[in-house]
Design a protein around this ligand. Structure first.
Ligand code: C5P
Length: 223
């Protein structure tokens, strides 16, 4: 049986990363955080002094970059940027990169390539709508803005230190608004996605809920 493609979309702080990682581990699948790819391109653009307004230049930069995303490490051109891409500056840069349709095309091609044999859990904003519209399981995770800000503020991978929840909430709301209203692949739930509100829910319970869906497909084993 062909291993599945599992697509998980939703705004920041909805719990996508935690859920995707747990599901991938249980199924023995690859876990890909597609947002890390937009972040890595943003990191390289800043390093090289390339303006995010210059779509041709950012596209060339993305085409020339070798991005590797695993569940534990993100590298671009062999440089480990795992920690450096989780800063407020790169939050902004990634959202800027993600507005550019030609850059998206480059990254979406690479993402599709990663899923060619299935056995993958990919999280992002457009995975169920654009990258894998035929994904076997599609999820859209959401949570209240307060809860999302609280989670993001306490995410050590993101800030290194606990941040002030109110500050995080403001930035998160701004970034979500950009993601939802941009012309190129805006964030929305695919018509056939299962919506899960993770507000106040224990993540282990969400993981169980998702595993039940995977098993309902009757194809979840293997990897
Ligand atoms: O998920 P994360 O916050 O790391 O993503 C960083 C940015 O990358 C998001 O704000 C969004 O603009 C963009 N992104 C996207 N499409 C994806 C994943 C992320 O546009 N599939």
């Amino acid at each position: 049986m062909k291993p599945l493609i599992i697509a998980i979309d939703g705004p920041s702080g909805a719990g996508k990363g935690t859920v995707a990682r747990a599901i991938a581990a249980q199924l023995g699948y690859r876990h890909i955080d597609s947002g890390a790819m937009y972040r890595a391109v943003g990191w390289k653009a800043i390093r090289d002094g390339v303006s995010l307004e210059d779509e041709a230049a950012v596209t060339a930069l993305a085409e020339g970059a070798r991005i590797d995303v695993s569940s534990t490490q993100v590298t671009i051109d062999g440089i480990d940027v795992t920690r450096d891409i989780r800063t407020p500056d790169i939050d902004r840069a990634a959202a800027g990169v993600a507005r550019l349709p030609r850059v998206r095309r480059v990254l979406v091609d690479q993402q599709r390539q990663m899923g060619i044999h299935g056995g993958i859990v990919m999280e992002g904003r457009d995975i169920g709508t654009v990258v894998f519209p035929d994904a076997d399981v599609k999820l859209y995770l959401d949570a209240s803005p307060e809860e999302r800000a609280r989670r993001r503020a306490h995410d050590p991978a993101h800030t290194g230190v606990p941040a002030v929840v109110a500050d995080v909430a403001t930035l998160l709301t701004q970034r979500d608004e950009i993601d939802r209203t941009r012309a190129a692949s805006p964030l929305y739930a695919a018509a056939d996605a299962v919506l899960i509100d993770t507000t106040g829910k224990d993540i282990a319970a969400v993981v169980r809920e998702v595993m039940a869906l995977v098993h309902k497909k009757g194809l979840g084993a293997g990897g």
